[in-house]
Write a protein that binds this ligand. Structure first.
Ligand SMILES: *[C@@H]1O[C@H](CO)[C@@H](O)[C@H](O)[C@H]1NC(C)=O
Ligand SMILES: *[C@@H]1O[C@H](CO)[C@@H](O)[C@H](O)[C@H]1NC(C)=O
Ligand SMILES: *[C@@H]1O[C@H](CO)[C@@H](O)[C@H](O)[C@H]1NC(C)=O
Ligand SMILES: *[C@@H]1O[C@H](CO)[C@@H](O)[C@H](O)[C@H]1NC(C)=O
Ligand SMILES: *[C@@H]1O[C@H](CO)[C@@H](O)[C@H](O)[C@H]1NC(C)=O
Ligand SMILES: *[C@@H]1O[C@H](CO)[C@@H](O)[C@H](O)[C@H]1NC(C)=O
Ligand SMILES: *[C@@H]1O[C@H](CO)[C@@H](O)[C@H](O)[C@H]1NC(C)=O
Ligand SMILES: *[C@@H]1O[C@H](CO)[C@@H](O)[C@H](O)[C@H]1NC(C)=O
Ligand SMILES: *[C@@H]1O[C@H](CO)[C@@H](O)[C@H](O)[C@H]1NC(C)=O
Ligand SMILES: *[C@@H]1O[C@H](CO)[C@@H](O)[C@H](O)[C@H]1NC(C)=O
Length: 834
């Protein structure tokens, strides 16, 4: 009974009278004390609890720490001690969690053998019997000197398992030269170490996620001290909620973070899906809200579908087996644990009896095991066929790749996702090719022939076309201009002279700078110099000619392009009235202020232009960067959307572009940070944000002089939904000169556009109809993400008008969540007008 605090001694005494309930109130165990099956520690403020627990549907028991106040029904674990050495149910009653006299915390099994230990070696005898373990209210279990509490020997915040809590560290230890890993669970019911782990690199300023402790598949990029973001995580600029800080000294480097509003419950996990996730507890839904995750798509997780699995971002579940293969363990597979992968249904016969099955439009498996020299696809095929261990080959850019071991991370693109993916030739036993496999691909042979012939003819036609095109390209070199479709192919020299050597810059953006120019026939042009385009000439031309065919009164017309060497330029019509932002936010003395009628026409025209992009083009074009800077105005103030099609031009890796974007923060839809696929509804979100700005004449978010963030839409959404006071949102410079019905309609539709759930947002076509007055619009609910911001009032200072007399440092009243919840589920966007 050497408990340092008297209460603990008392508590310990009560154990003998099985007064475990009383003891449960304690947050500390001292040297020699232990917890048995039903006994737990509860932190001082009641936030966390520690004890034996069965995670999910697991049968086994573990010593863990879980939230006590939130997530009560399904306990959410934040730390597990003996994750690789569970206690089976029949031995639970004889197992214990004990603080030994030597100062180590251990989990003892039925034989009193430590299956888990803190493994500390402490020499000092005096310290020995005086240590204590305290469960703090932030979820940290601290092992310390009971006589001198600042003497901390060990703490769970230094040794996280799969959860990184606010206040915890994820560090690189410069003394042991080892990172402390955040390692995923195997699956939701098994906390043992899974295949994915997050670690800080030795340089100490960059995180990577690895598969099986080796293969890195995601990196945060280096920490940028000035901007306080990781270079690979530009969306951190969107962050209003977490305070990330970086600490480095001779012993360790680490990041730690806190939540500005301590009543927001948040956790960061290395999820068993291979993604890192930041989750926030929402009282309303009694659930964890996914705030952010990386990598953005499931198929980017290395080997997610295991050996011989195929990942498809459009499919559900994401994983299937390759043709001719079946899951190694259907049980795991059905539990969505795909790591075991697939095995052949029929083993190879070896020799030339085997055949090849073609998978088109794929991302090839990682790491081909050999790259034999092969002059043609046929030689490559033979190289595979002649070696019994070869599983597949691919022949791309005159390079032969052969896989004779595991094939990992093969991804199948959907037809509309990527049309340029290479082919993979999968070696299968002949019997697997002949029999219609598994119900799929069971077209009869005759249709096969017809299809084959058709494909052949089309291929031949394409070849002819390509040859003709090449010939024309050759012809075009040297001449100053050629017409390709309706587009003019300019030479670089032409554009140099038209823009006076790029002297008059009109603006810049994520894709490059824009310069003013005048053609010899004195028409004005705007020339965009694209930057950071990692794309070949052929692909560039094909994308550009697609963009060139898109013409609409509310879209900026592409006149031509230039593609020489690594230079890529686009030539547009010049717009005399510049862009919308210059009229809204950077108003000059002599500028005419846009009146309500003009603003409404701009909103409507922009919506029409976007509708055309989303619905009327042959392929839906998602703009991805809707903001006032990209809405240009012609001489009559007719709006024209600029920069469409460029996101596709830049390619799949759009996040790279985000890094260079300026002022885009306030327009990005939540799905950009939560990692689900981007659809046209992301444009709808940005449009909604912009519409609020058109109405109010203000930027939607800004840093005021004292560095605080003002976020207008939060306040606006509240005004519309709760007070139905649209007039309060109107630009004060208009002095109330407005069509009130139009104003209300515009406010409501803007609020619908910025709903978190994309299915709640209207399509751009519906937006047009609402603004035209053809569709009626109901009262919108307050968007949930904004609500999280509302809950974080300490740091979000709602919009306050500092320039005019209309002073309104608005403090929101606490949100009436039940009301909002029901309106989300029960309201619908619109009802048809008779
Ligand atoms: C522990 O709790 C279980 C269920 O709550 C109960 O059946 C069991 O008797 C308890 N054991 C002890 C030793 O208190
Ligand atoms: C708890 O988890 C189970 C399955 O793991 C799920 O079906 C159930 O909906 C969850 N309950 C709550 C309240 O989240
Ligand atoms: C303690 O040491 C043992 C044996 O070296 C090892 O298996 C175990 O993982 C260590 N425990 C911790 C928590 O580091
Ligand atoms: C510490 O505990 C050990 C054995 O439990 C005992 O022999 C020793 O006297 C104790 N030391 C002190 C300073 O209490
Ligand atoms: C992980 O790596 C180890 C060796 O480092 C290897 O034995 C094991 O098979 C790998 N796991 C998987 C699932 O490939
Ligand atoms: C952010 O955290 C750091 C380190 O914990 C602290 O020094 C700083 O004051 C915090 N910033 C704010 C705005 O709370
Ligand atoms: C890490 O430790 C080494 C010595 O082991 C030292 O030279 C180096 O400066 C330390 N790193 C930092 C960032 O202090
Ligand atoms: C580094 O570790 C040594 C030895 O444990 C300690 O004396 C020193 O204070 C530590 N430095 C920092 C900055 O914590
Ligand atoms: C077949 O491939 C394996 C693995 O690359 C290689 O070790 C072996 O030598 C090859 N056999 C022949 C006959 O080329
Ligand atoms: C913090 O957030 C909670 C909701 O999670 C809210 O009720 C509270 O008012 C906020 N506190 C501050 C100081 O902003």
């Amino acid at each position: 009974m050497m408990g340092s605090a008297r209460s603990q001694t008392w508590c310990f005494l009560f154990f003998f009278f099985s007064f475990s309930y009383f003891c449960a109130a304690a947050d500390t165990i001292s040297s020699g004390q232990s917890l048995t099956q039903n006994q737990t520690l509860i932190s001082n403020g009641g936030n966390f609890e520690l004890g034996f627990i069965r995670p999910g549907n697991s049968l086994n028991y573990y010593i863990g720490i879980w939230y006590k106040k939130v997530s009560v029904q399904n306990k959410t674990l934040v730390w597990v001690a003996n994750r690789n050495s569970p206690i089976t149910p029949d031995h639970l009653s004889t197992s214990e969690f004990k603080l030994l006299d030597d100062g180590n915390l251990v989990v003892l099994n039925q034989f009193k053998i430590a299956v888990w230990s803190t493994n500390l070696t402490m020499s000092n005898n005096v310290i020995m019997n005086s240590s204590q373990a305290v469960l703090k209210d932030d979820g940290n279990l601290v092992l310390r000197n009971g006589l001198k509490e600042s003497d901390i020997y060990w703490q769970t915040f230094d040794f996280p398992s799969e959860t990184w809590l606010p206040g915890g560290k994820l560090k690189y230890d410069n003394r042991t030269k080892k990172p402390h890993l955040l390692t995923s669970w195997k699956n939701p019911n098994d906390p043992s170490e899974g295949l994915f782990s997050l670690e800080l690199l030795p340089a100490g300023n960059e995180y990577v996620i690895r598969w099986n402790l080796t293969e890195p598949y995601w990196t945060s990029g280096a920490w940028n001290t000035q901007n306080q973001i990781f270079s690979g995580v530009p969306e951190m600029r969107l962050n209003y909620i977490y305070n990330f800080s970086y600490i480095q000294n001779e012993n360790e480097s680490y990041f730690t973070y806190s939540v500005y509003n301590s009543s927001i419950t948040s956790r960061f996990v290395m999820d068993f899906s291979g993604q890192i996730k930041q989750l926030t507890w929402t009282e309303n839904t009694q659930n964890w809200f996914l705030f952010w995750s990386q990598p953005r798509t499931q198929c980017e997780v290395y080997a997610f579908c295991g050996p011989f699995g195929v990942c498809s971002q459009k499919g559900f579940p994401f994983c299937t087996c390759m043709e001719g293969f079946e899951p190694r363990s259907s049980k795991d597979w059905n539990l969505n644990d795909f790591s075991g992968g697939c095995v052949r249904r029929t083993s190879l016969e070896c020799g030339d009896k085997d055949q090849f099955y073609t998978m088109s439009n794929v991302k090839l498996p990682a790491k081909p095991q050999s790259l034999p020299a092969a002059a043609s696809a046929d030689e490559c095929r033979l190289a595979c066929l002649n070696n019994c261990s070869c599983n597949a080959y691919a022949y791309t850019s005159s390079k032969c790749s052969i896989w004779d071991g595991n094939m990992l991370s093969l991804q199948q693109f959907a037809a509309d996702e990527n049309d340029g993916g290479p082919d993979l030739y999968l070696r299968l036993a002949a019997s697997e090719i002949k029999k219609p496999p598994g119900g799929k691909n069971n077209g009869s042979n005759s249709t096969g022939i017809i299809v084959g012939a058709a494909v052949g003819i089309v291929a031949l036609l394409c070849l002819v076309l390509v040859l003709v095109w090449r010939w024309r390209m050759r012809q075009s070199i040297g001449t100053s201009k050629t017409v390709e479709g309706s587009l003019v192919a300019f030479t670089y020299r032409d554009l140099q002279s038209a823009t006076k050597n790029f002297s008059e810059k009109l603006g810049g953006g994520g894709f490059g700078s824009v310069f003013k120019g005048i053609l010899p026939d004195s028409t004005g042009i705007a020339v965009k110099k694209l930057e950071g385009l990692g794309q070949g000439e052929k692909q560039f031309r094909s994308e550009v000619s697609t963009i060139g065919t898109i013409q609409h009164v509310n879209l900026v017309r592409l006149r031509g392009f230039c593609s020489e060497g690594d230079k890529r330029l686009l030539v547009y019509d010049y717009m005399p009235n510049s862009s919308l932002d210059s009229h809204m936010f950077r108003q000059q003395e002599d500028d005419k202020m846009l009146n309500w009628k003009t603003r409404y026409q701009i909103a409507l025209g922009t919506a029409r232009g976007l509708t055309y992009l989303h619905e009327k083009c042959r392929d839906c074009i998602i703009h991805c960067d809707i903001k006032p800077e990209n809405i240009l105005l012609d001489a009559e103030f007719c709006p024209k959307v600029a920069d469409f099609g460029l996101a596709k031009l830049i390619g799949r890796d759009f996040s790279r572009v985000l890094t260079t974007m300026r002022g885009t923060r306030g327009y990005l839809a939540p799905e950009w940070i939560s990692g689900v696929a981007i659809t046209a509804k992301a444009d709808v979100y940005s449009y909604g944000m912009m519409l609020f700005e058109i109405i109010s004449g203000r930027r939607n978010s800004d840093h005021s002089e004292d560095g605080k963030i003002m976020f207008f839409p939060t306040w606006a959404a509240r005004k519309i939904t709760e007070e139905e006071d649209a007039l309060a949102l109107l630009d004060s410079r208009l002095e109330g000169d407005v069509n009130e019905e139009e104003l209300t309609r515009a406010c409501k539709v803007a609020c619908w556009c910025i709903q978190d759930d994309e299915s709640h947002r209207p399509s751009m076509g519906q937006v047009v109809q609402i603004l035209e007055g053809i569709l009626e619009v109901n009262s919108p609910p307050i968007p949930r993400t904004l609500q999280v911001l509302v809950e974080n009032e300490e740091n979000i200072h709602f919009y306050s008008d500092t320039t005019s007399n209309r002073s309104s440092q608005v403090q929101s009243t606490s949100s009436t969540s039940s009301h909002t919840k029901s309106s989300i589920s029960s309201t619908s966007l619109k009802s048809q007008k008779d």
